[in-house]
Design a protein around this ligand. Structure first.
Ligand code: DQA
Length: 146
């Protein structure tokens, strides 16, 4: 497997969730978009969404066993709380991009800190659902050079 796209808690409700903050694109639309984009470049792309921290940790462990080359993750609220997901990324050592639909730096104070950003290759925040496509564009270019 080349690329794993993980979405954390509440992102399954995209489309109806606070549309003034997150827009109206559904998670199904986002996932179909990144799968098509990666497939067109010859990459195998798997998507995964969970509202449960431990399931995301387990999925990262499995990703290492599957030989996953890159992870794109929107950790949702776990961004700001999860030492466990941070430790999982450190343990599996798979490079990753952190994506946020909203600009977390333009919102509440507690959203300004991420437990993941300093381990990430890069962070895309505030570009709406387009951030996933921007991350996949980077991944396609990066993996084509490996
Ligand atoms: C989010 C930002 C987080 O602060 C929030 O908890 C989310 C979504 C985003 O995509 O903008 O669930 O990650």
């Amino acid at each position: 497997m080349d690329v794993l796209v993980i979405n954390g808690p509440n992102l399954n409700t995209l489309g109806t969730r606070e549309p003034e903050v997150y827009g109206t694109t559904t998670l199904a639309d986002i996932e179909a978009g990144v799968v098509a984009q990666g497939s067109a470049a010859g990459l195998t792309v798997i998507t995964f969404q969970s509202n449960h921290e431990g399931e995301i940790v387990d999925r990262l462990h499995a990703a290492r066993d599957e030989g996953t080359r890159f992870v794109i993750i929107n950790p949702g609220a776990f961004t700001h709380t999860s030492v466990a997901i941070r430790d999982a990324f450190a343990a599996v050592a798979i490079p990753f991009c952190e994506v946020h639909i909203s600009n977390v730096h333009a919102r509440e104070e507690f959203r300004k800190h991420s437990y993941l950003s300093d381990l990430a290759v890069g962070v895309l925040t505030g570009f709406g659902a387009r951030g996933y496509a921007m991350a996949m564009d980077y991944v396609i270019d990066r993996l084509s050079k490996e």
